[in-house]
Ligand binder design. Structure first.
Ligand SMILES: [Zn+2]
Length: 84
């Protein structure tokens, strides 16, 4: 997995892309406390079952994919990430 830092809140996550439609994001810390955007989204949804996400983080990941820094994973299934 690739280590990605959110340009907005500097939260670090691990990202692996399996297909155009399937990107796995692994949060390393409690999302509510590290990402204000995440916390706000979750609050706005009032605890519904959706997995909230940080729009800025999503944008960061999209940019990395477009620039080729994150390519498709050779694996077809998630594996546990680890810090370098
Ligand atoms: Zn964020």
């Amino acid at each position: 997995m690739e280590s990605v830092r959110c340009t907005h809140c500097s939260n670090r996550v691990l990202v692996e892309k399996y297909s155009e439609a399937h990107t796995s994001i692994q949060w390393l810390d409690d999302a509510d406390s590290v990402c204000p955007e995440f916390a706000r989204t979750r609050t706005a949804q009032e605890g519904r079952a959706w997995i909230p996400t940080c729009g800025r983080l999503q944008q960061t990941i999209d940019d990395l994919v477009v620039s080729g820094r994150i390519g498709l994973s050779p694996r077809s299934y998630p594996v546990p990430g680890r810090l370098e």
